[in-house]
Structures are given as C-alpha cells and as structure tokens.
Ligand binder design. Structure first.
Ligand code: NAD
Ligand code: MG
Length: 295
C-alpha cells in the first residue's frame, strides 16, 4: 500500500529565506537545495537502452529529468552552461549507481552554431539519439519595456527558442521512429507576467513550435510534446529571474500554496519520453500547482 500524502505539505512550504546569487546561480548554493529526486527517484527500466540528451541538465528541472532518465536505464547526455560545472558534477554523483552511460557536454547556447555542434557531438558519443529534451533557458526580470535591453531580448530568444530550432533541425535526421522531442515551455506562454516580457514571449513561441513541429514529425513516427511548469524552486529564480523581494513568497500564490520542486516534474518527462505516451503528441503538459486554470 502507498501512503496518501497531502500535496500542500509534501515538499518545502515555508517562506523562502531572502537570497540572491551572481550569474550563473548554482543549485548547490541554494537554501533549501532544490529536490531533484537525488534521494528519492526510483526507476523501473522504463527507458532501458534509450539514448537521451537533456539541455540545461545540471540543475533544476533538467537535473530532475536527467536523474530520472538515468535511473530508468537510459544512456544520458546533459548539456549545461560551462560555469555551472560544479552543479553538473553533483548530477554525475547522483547517478553513479545507474547502469547506463552519463556524459557531460558544456556549451554556451548563445554562440552561433552551438546547438548544432552539440547534437553532432552527442550523437557521436552516445552512438545515436532517441530522446531530445530541450530545456535550457534564461529568465531576467525587468521592470518595464523602457528598461529592457534589446541585447537581453536577443540572448533570451537565442538561448530559449532559436537554439531549439537549431537542435531539432540537427537532430531530426538521427531520430528513428519511436523517438521523442520534449520542450520546456512555461505557464508564462499563456499567463505572462509583465516583468518577463521577453521571456514569456519565448515561451509562447516554444509552445507554438512544439505543437507545430509535432505536425511535421508525426509522419516520421517522432512525437513532440512540451511541459509547462509553474513556479518551481530552481537557480533560475536567484540571479535575476525574479525580483529579490518576490523570493520569500515564491510559489505561495499557487493553488497548492507552495513552490514546486523539480522532482515533481520528473514523472511527466519520463512519461513523455517512454512508449507509455505512444498516443500523445502535439501537447503541452502543465505542472503548475494550479497557477493557471484554463479550460
Ligand atoms: P535552471 O537554472 O536550473 O536551468 C536552466 C539551465 O539552462 C541552466 O542550468 C543552464 O545550464 C542552462 N543555460 C542557461 N543559459 C545558458 C546558455 N547561455 N548556454 C547554455 N546553457 C544555458 O532553471 P530551471 O528552472 O530548471 O529551468 C529549466 C527550464 O524550465 C527553462 O527553460 C525555464 O525557462 C523553464 N521553466 C522554469 C520555471 C521555474 O519556475 N523554475 C517555470 C517554467 C519554466
Ligand atoms: Mg544550472
């Protein structure tokens, strides 16, 4: 029998301590450290023999997916922003008892051609690719459009969405029928916050790209879906993603009354990657704590 647990108190549900970090924020310096399933996620062979790449896999949501995929038996490559190597090494430690390969691919997705080169390197090293999770992203809050540097708009679009076009284009010829692409969108795609003008626009673009690419790739037997998280406790929030005064109450306005933890996203990323979701394509899955109630 499984224990029935109250979602409101299942994870950290106090006020967060005020905290900020320099860019890039590291998960290992957060208080409390986000829960990516390091001590809890148990696999059952759902992805045995699959080859997966997760971008932004060093921390937060990508780390939770990486740990879950490795423990489900996949060979896993994670991409990460090079200065976040310490976090990436913590993921290596978390999956050291898993059976498959686990490989690190540092690269800066703001650089021209970086996403294409990443895919080619991963396909070479893993000997193929079946699961592509496009999850890396940047979020920098600005009070008003007058204060929003156009250079920031460009890098937010490059990292969050243009790199997805590049990666998907480079990957598509390597993906066999049965492969899946999973993007990380956001509630911001449909419920934008005014201080996230550029970020929210990239997330709307990601959702649109996801369902539209599903239409192209279904004919090849490739499914494409997205995940739209609500407020999740990750480093993204601590180096400019939120205004500092918003941190203590982060996520408390959700219906569940607290921020989500990355581990709460892991089962959705596993489901969308596995053949259990064989009839699911062109969908965006919300894991939001109920912050966006839409019919
Ligand atoms: P995170 O900071 O842990 O992960 C983002 C990762 O993106 C970083 O770890 C980094 O490796 C990578 N990245 C950032 N800039 C990069 C660059 N220039 N080059 C290469 N890699 C770069 O935060 P997270 O919250 O887990 O974010 C993962 C995804 O989830 C993002 O797409 C984010 O927009 C999305 N998301 C997060 C939330 C939330 O509340 N945390 C909500 C909705 C959507
Ligand atoms: Mg990180």
């Amino acid at each position: 029998m499984t224990e029935q647990r109250d979602p409101r108190t299942l994870y950290f549900h106090e006020k967060f301590k005020s905290q900020q970090q320099d860019t890039p924020a590291l998960q290992r310096q957060m208080e409390p450290e986000p829960d990516c399933g390091e001590d809890s996620y148990q696999g059952s062979g759902k992805l045995a023999g699959r080859k997966a790449l997760i971008t932004g896999g060093d921390s937060g949501i990508g780390r939770a997916a990486a740990i879950a995929y490795a423990r489900e038996g996949a060979d896993v490559a994670i991409q990460f922003f090079p200065p976040e190597e310490e976090d990436a090494l913590d993921v290596v430690e978390a999956v050291k008892d898993s059976s498959g390969k686990f490989m690190l691919f540092p690269c800066d997705l703001r650089e021209d051609g970086a996403a294409t080169a990443l895919i080619e390197a991963v396909v070479d090293e893993l000997g193929g690719l079946d699961i592509l999770v496009l999850n890396a992203g940047q979020q920098i809050a600005q009070q008003s459009i007058s204060e929003l540097p156009i250079e920031q708009v460009k890098t937010t679009f490059t990292v969050n969405i243009i790199s997805m076009f590049e990666a998907a284009q480079a990957a598509v010829n390597h993906l066999q029928p049965g492969s899946t692409i999973i993007t990380t969108s956001s509630v911001q795609a449909t419920n934008p916050s005014p201080q996230l003008l550029d970020y929210a626009a990239t997330k709307a673009a990601i959702s649109n790209f996801t369902v539209n690419l599903a239409q192209q790739l279904a004919a090849k037997g490739i499914r494409v879906n997205g995940v739209a998280p609500g407020p999740i406790w990750t480093p993204l929030q601590l180096d400019g993603g939120q205004f500092p005064d918003k941190i203590p109450e982060f996520g408390q306005d959700s219906l569940i009354g607290r921020a989500g933890q990355p581990v709460e996203l892991a089962p959705v990323y596993v489901f969308l990657a596995s053949p259990e979701s064989s009839y699911v394509t062109g969908q965006i899955y919300g894991v939001t704590g109920g912050t966006n109630i839409n019919l």
